[in-house]
Design a protein around this ligand. Structure first.
Ligand SMILES: *[C@@H]1O[C@H](CO)[C@@H](O)[C@H](O)[C@H]1NC(C)=O
Ligand SMILES: *[C@@H]1O[C@H](CO)[C@@H](O)[C@H](O)[C@H]1NC(C)=O
Ligand SMILES: *[C@@H]1O[C@H](CO)[C@@H](O)[C@H](O)[C@H]1NC(C)=O
Ligand SMILES: *[C@@H]1O[C@H](CO)[C@@H](O)[C@H](O)[C@H]1NC(C)=O
Ligand SMILES: *[C@@H]1O[C@H](CO)[C@@H](O)[C@H](O)[C@H]1NC(C)=O
Ligand SMILES: *[C@@H]1O[C@H](CO)[C@@H](O)[C@H](O)[C@H]1NC(C)=O
Ligand SMILES: *[C@@H]1O[C@H](CO)[C@@H](O)[C@H](O)[C@H]1NC(C)=O
Ligand SMILES: *[C@@H]1O[C@H](CO)[C@@H](O)[C@H](O)[C@H]1NC(C)=O
Ligand SMILES: *[C@@H]1O[C@H](CO)[C@@H](O)[C@H](O)[C@H]1NC(C)=O
Ligand SMILES: *[C@@H]1O[C@H](CO)[C@@H](O)[C@H](O)[C@H]1NC(C)=O
Length: 519
């Protein structure tokens, strides 16, 4: 989580590109050549655990327990509905700024002094957790955790108790990573000095706290189990992997399993339809990713066993600013962001959940007078999971659709054992029924499928009301609701079978929708 103030700059940048591409009423066509065998430069194998989740400190308790204090089966089902599509282990990151500024009290009866259904994340002074908070780790069968412990303070007695209580509740075998600290560039001891000195101090303190943690919890010793950096989204160029490892982390590199960066598409959120179009444009995501890719390259070349993850991720940060979001458009952005991330060799993405926020994928219990609900952003995840599939062998490559100017048409191929198995095509041109009465489409002609393929299946991620829809979203005709306890339900039939002739298949991709072709 971050709260900084650059919304004026953001708005100006977004408006500059907003006039292009948005809301064409005309249909058009496009012929795209695809390779039936894996092209050069395709991604690494995508981890079946790629689609992960993250929970802000206090919110985690409410995502884990329902209002009766029983395990929150609604949350469990929603997590399972994603990960059982890939066969991956659910990886759940728990932490954030409020916890990093937090305290632990062994005598506090309540799980947290700032329950998330009444308060947002507490930045000043942070939250205090009592031992019962850690029961929240016991309700996620089959999951593993990326567990943050506070690092901001210069004295660590509370951190050691927090860590020991947490690891005990989680169980060492279910601990994916122990994350030391969150968004360090915001710490006074980092920010009140120059960047080089800040990174040096970071590395020195990281080593020292890691050492104390290993002494406190001997099971951590000799394991590749720690997480490092967790750099804030707006600080990607300030705390990078290369200098952090070279200035100290190299000494403990074999203990580090994952390097985390945080990613929010922007702050605080788009306020107008035109800004929304700019916000979700593929070209914006591509440009943003250039801040992160040097870290991926550095790790691959120097520490190939260490993964690169976006451990706290969302469409917006800072409360949403009363803007537009958590609708079909932001769900489509989340699909594009993840598929593009796969092509850039991102290991995984943990999607942030804050009970009273505007960016979450579901509201696990009642809050702000609103009932528990699946929110539109969730709909990206089953689509992404199906694109990854269950083989554990999937590699992803971008498909050139020659749309660089607008950044509204995007396509990706998924390959298993070198052979094309799925194609995703997105049309993020925003459409609402107020714009033109019939929803426009781009008629795609996809050439180059294997000659042996005679039929493909096609699934859609869409909503009748278009880009701003907050209800009525479906993926493959499926819906997820609180009423059905987060278990998928077939409500429509818009999946169909298409004939392929000589490696060519034709299909429309309507504005504000995504299509998946399954070979
Ligand atoms: C676009 O195609 C749809 C479906 O074929 C059709 O109903 C609609 O009239 C077309 N729109 C325009 C502006 O031609
Ligand atoms: C991703 O990793 C693969 C090797 O696993 C490599 O061939 C490819 O070039 C990498 N892609 C990028 C964008 O670095
Ligand atoms: C949310 O969690 C707090 C504990 O932090 C608990 O007291 C409260 O009852 C929970 N709210 C709901 C609606 O379950
Ligand atoms: C995946 O989990 C959901 C929700 O629990 C369940 O409805 C579905 O049957 C499961 N699918 C598989 C393949 O296990
Ligand atoms: C942290 O909690 C302990 C009780 O465990 C308390 O004595 C101490 O004052 C707290 N520190 C802060 C800074 O809140
Ligand atoms: C932070 O460190 C100071 C000493 O530097 C200590 O007095 C304070 O209690 C610590 N805060 C917490 C939450 O432990
Ligand atoms: C950064 O700060 C450190 C320690 O205060 C100092 O030694 C160093 O010269 C500074 N570097 C720059 C480039 O200002
Ligand atoms: C993405 O780009 C937008 C627009 O330039 C910018 O406001 C935002 O901070 C960027 N986000 C990241 C994570 O780089
Ligand atoms: C499209 O519709 C939205 C609201 O539904 C409106 O804000 C926007 O200005 C419209 N755009 C055009 C180009 O008509
Ligand atoms: C499909 O068959 C045509 C004609 O026989 C051939 O030119 C083409 O290379 C084949 N394509 C694939 C992907 O096998």
């Amino acid at each position: 989580m971050i709260s900084y103030s650059n919304s004026i700059v953001t708005a100006a940048v977004l408006l500059a590109v907003a006039s292009r591409g948005s809301c064409q009423c005309q249909n058009s066509t496009r012929t795209v050549a695809i390779s039936a065998t894996i092209p050069f430069g395709a991604s690494q194998k995508v981890d079946p655990s790629f689609p992960g989740f993250a929970f802000e400190q206090a919110s985690f308790y409410n995502y884990s327990f329902d209002a009766q204090g029983n395990p929150n089966v609604f949350s469990q089902n929603l997590v399972n509905a994603v990960l059982n599509r890939t066969g991956g282990t659910p990886l759940l990151r728990v932490g954030g700024t409020s916890g990093d500024s937090g305290n632990f009290s062994s005598s506090q009866q309540t799980p947290t002094n700032f329950p998330a259904d009444q308060f947002g994340p507490q930045f000043k002074g942070g939250v205090t957790l009592g031992p019962s908070y850690f029961d929240a780790f016991k309700n996620w069968p089959g999951a593993k955790f990326e567990f943050m412990v506070p690092f901001k303070n210069t004295s660590h007695s509370h951190t050691l108790k927090w860590a020991a209580t947490g690891v005990d509740a989680i169980g060492i075998d279910n601990l994916y990573t122990l994350e030391i600290g969150n968004e360090p560039t915001f710490y006074p001891w980092f920010s009140k000095t120059n960047n080089t000195a800040g990174i040096e101090t970071y590395a020195k303190r990281y080593l020292s706290l890691q050492d104390q943690l290993k002494q406190q919890i001997p099971a951590l010793d000799d394991k590749r189990i720690f997480q490092a950096l967790d750099t804030a989204a707006n600080a990607a160029t300030k705390l990078k992997a290369k200098p952090a490892f070279e200035m100290g982390l190299n000494a403990v590199a074999t203990s580090i399993r994952q390097v985390g960066f945080h990613y929010y598409q922007g702050h605080p959120g788009p306020r107008t339809f035109a800004e929304l179009q700019g916000w979700i444009r593929h070209s914006v995501t591509v440009e943003n990713m250039t801040n992160f890719t040097p870290n991926i390259r550095y790790l691959r070349n120097n520490h190939p066993a260490i993964g690169f993850a976006f451990t706290e991720t969302g469409y917006n940060v800072g409360g949403g600013g009363g803007g537009l979001g958590n609708n079909l458009a932001s769900a489509l952005w989340a699909v594009d962001f993840q598929l593009y991330g796969m092509t850039a060799n991102v290991s995984r993405v943990n999607w942030q959940q804050i009970l009273r926020g505007s960016l979450h994928m579901w509201r696990a219990v009642e809050a702000d007078g609103l009932p528990p609900a699946v929110t539109p952003n969730y709909y990206s995840q089953p689509f992404v999971a199906d694109f990854i599939g269950r083989s554990g062998q999937t590699q992803v490559a971008p498909i050139d659709v020659d749309d660089d100017a607008d950044g509204t048409l995007v396509a990706y191929g998924a390959y298993e054992s070198g052979k094309l198995v799925r194609v995703a095509v997105l049309n993020v041109d925003l459409w609402t029924p107020q714009n033109c009465t019939t929803r426009p489409h781009v008629g795609f002609t996809l050439e180059g499928l294997p000659n042996t393929t005679t039929q493909v299946q096609v699934h859609h991620l869409t909503a009748p009301d278009g880009a701003l829809a907050e209800d009525g979203l479906t993926y493959a005709g499926l819906q997820w609701t609180y009423e059905n306890n987060g278990v998928e339900k077939q409500v429509g039939k818009d999946s169909n079978v298409l004939n392929v002739n000589g490696g060519v298949v034709k299909f429309p991709v309507r504005s504000s929708s995504a299509v998946m072709i399954v070979l």
